[in-house]
Design a protein around this ligand. Structure first.
Ligand SMILES: NC(=O)c1ccc[n+]([C@@H]2O[C@H](COP(=O)([O-])OP(=O)(O)OC[C@H]3O[C@@H](n4cnc5c(N)ncnc54)[C@H](O)[C@@H]3O)[C@@H](O)[C@H]2O)c1
Length: 492
């Protein structure tokens, strides 16, 4: 479990996944708290007219205050704000927020303005933006060199990132960053453009900032467990998030409802496979020092009825078993399951020719990591166990400290390629399970099926990219039948 500092005022919901997500309650007195805030906070948020200007290095001199805008005010976005504003290297403020749901924005604002970073939350009412173009207004409220946090479902990531680059903003974006081939290729190009403009970009694959995994990586590269022969990753627990949905209730619009239940839809999140499993896929690939070149997989949906008898209509399987292969032929086996009453495992392991290692002891990247004699992981076989200073045990805070250090001290910093590679690796495994075919990394990256075409022009009334059939069900994968796509695309 990773907790941000000073949590006495409000809760971080680290859940089973150890995620820094802000838990927000319903705002009964939200209006009065906002009035209260406005009385005390004064005027903030300079609007910049410098759109499209490349960023040399704006924080070296003059005003060192970093302003932050949050786009996507859910659990993770609000948690990321706490991690960002907890940074102690200089003045930093949250000054703008955007969401497509009013209750989400209000809950986030309320929790943040009462939580441990409350004194740094300076979001005036006219800097709280609702709607599909809210991201533009929130970024327009920043000046070049400030930071925007992109924590909507992944489908919007490239659209928002593109605008951030245009505005000369540094970016923190959550994982996964893509679910399909076309947006992966687009994101790679945008990542290069961000570097060319000297923008710093963090991607929320926080395993990379785990001090235990960083030390394990060095030791593995130094040959302490010999050649890696096989790796195993597991995330198996009961249903979580919005992965399993019953029928669309008829309001709000079908698109807005799918956004609210984004884990159910491959276009929005890459489904439970990409959204839940990416951290273990990412850190085990890191330990191997490369990305798998291909995948074959099994998967299925055993239960399509909720305990109350309603039919599930989402696009996910409830079990996945993916065999990834690296260029040297070595294997990485990943098992994912969302099912109650089964053996829960949530951890990752590495088997080498001279020994073995535990990467994540529990959760996405839970400390400690360890190296063992032989292939058993009991205490008596441990040769090394990671020891991490208390103030560096939270990788969510570490990743923000690294990003802000790069911004303030003008160090090269761009995690986009890694984010895209990890996302494509997830999509490759997911597609292998969904089609019943072997899928290569190159096939996935170059695939032409775009899951959310035209997303840059959407409004709340736009047609959803997948639509329900007469029974209220959405297109599901049919391995061995639909082999070239993960599901039959909805006809326009
Ligand atoms: N690194 C981690 O450990 C971690 C943990 C949790 C979530 N995440 C990632 O963070 C992202 C958000 O997840 P979450 O759990 O916070 O979900 P959430 O539903 O709590 O938050 C998403 C927010 O984005 C808003 N939104 C949707 N479309 C939008 C748009 N076009 N413009 C503005 N706002 C929009 C939603 O209304 C919602 O408030 C996902 O990509 C998820 O995978 C990462």
């Amino acid at each position: 479990m990773f907790l941000s500092t000073n949590l006495h005022l409000f809760a971080i919901d680290s859940g089973r996944a150890g995620q820094n997500r802000l838990r927000m309650s319903n705002p009964s007195d939200q209006a009065s708290s906002r009035r209260e805030f406005l009385k005390t906070s004064g005027k903030i948020g300079a609007v910049s007219a410098l759109a499209g200007v490349a960023l040399p290095h704006v924080h070296a001199a003059g005003d060192s205050t970093l302003s932050v805008a949050l786009v996507g005010c859910g659990g993770r976005g609000s948690g990321a704000v706490v991690d960002a504003l907890s940074n102690k290297t200089g003045p930093i403020r949250l000054t703008a927020m955007a969401d497509v749901y009013k209750d989400k924005l209000d809950n986030s604002y309320r929790a943040l303005s009462r939580g441990p970073v409350a004194t740094k939350v300076e979001v005036a009412e006219d800097k709280q933006f609702l709607g599909f173009d809210g991201y533009k207004h929130a970024m327009d409220a920043l000046k070049p060199g400030d930071i925007v946090i992109l924590t909507t479902p992944l489908a919007f990531r490239w659209v928002h990132f593109q605008y951030a680059i245009q505005k000369g903003l540094n970016v923190f974006m959550e994982k996964p960053v893509t679910a399909d081939g076309p947006s992966s290729r687009r994101m790679l190009k945008l990542g290069e453009e961000a570097s060319a403009r000297n923008l710093k970009v963090g991607v929320g694959l926080m395993s990379r900032h785990s001090r235990g995994l960083q030390e394990l990586y060095k030791r593995i590269q130094d040959g302490e467990i010999g050649d890696i022969i096989a790796m195993r990753g597991y995330r198996m627990h009961g249903p979580v998030g919005s992965a399993f949905s019953t029928k669309y209730p008829g309001k709000p619009s079908e698109l807005m409802w799918q956004i609210r239940n984004f884990h159910s839809f491959l276009w929005a999140s890459g489904g439970c496979y990409s959204d839940f499993y990416i951290h273990i896929v990412d850190h085990l690939s890191w330990m191997k020092n490369g990305w798998p070149v291909k995948a074959q997989a099994l998967g299925g949906r055993h239960y399509r009825t909720a305990p109350d008898g309603q039919t599930f209509v989402d696009q996910n399987f409830d079990s996945y078993a993916v065999e990834y292969t690296f260029a040297d032929g070595s294997k990485f086996f990943f098992d994912g399951r969302c099912m109650n009453g089964c053996n829960d495992i949530y951890s990752s392991y590495i088997h080498g020719s001279k020994g073995s290692a535990v990467a994540s002891r529990s959760g996405d990247c839970g400390l400690p990591s360890s190296i063992h004699k032989g292939q058993n992981f009991d205490r008596s076989s441990a040769l090394w166990t990671s020891e991490v200073k208390p103030d560096e045990r939270n990788p969510y805070v570490n990743e923000w400290n690294a990003l802000i250090d790069a911004i303030r001290n003008d160090k090269p910093y761009n995690e986009v390629k890694r984010g895209v590679d990890a996302s494509v690796t997830c999509s490759m495994g997911r597609m292998a399970a969904h089609t019943g075919q072997e899928i290569t990394f190159e096939q996935m990256l170059n695939h032409e099926h775009e899951y959310a075409p035209g997303i840059e022009n959407w409004t709340a009334e736009s047609a959803a990219p997948v639509r329900a059939d007469a029974d209220g069900k959405y297109p599901i994968p049919t391995p061995g039948v639909v082999k070239n796509n993960e599901y039959e695309p909805t006809k326009a």
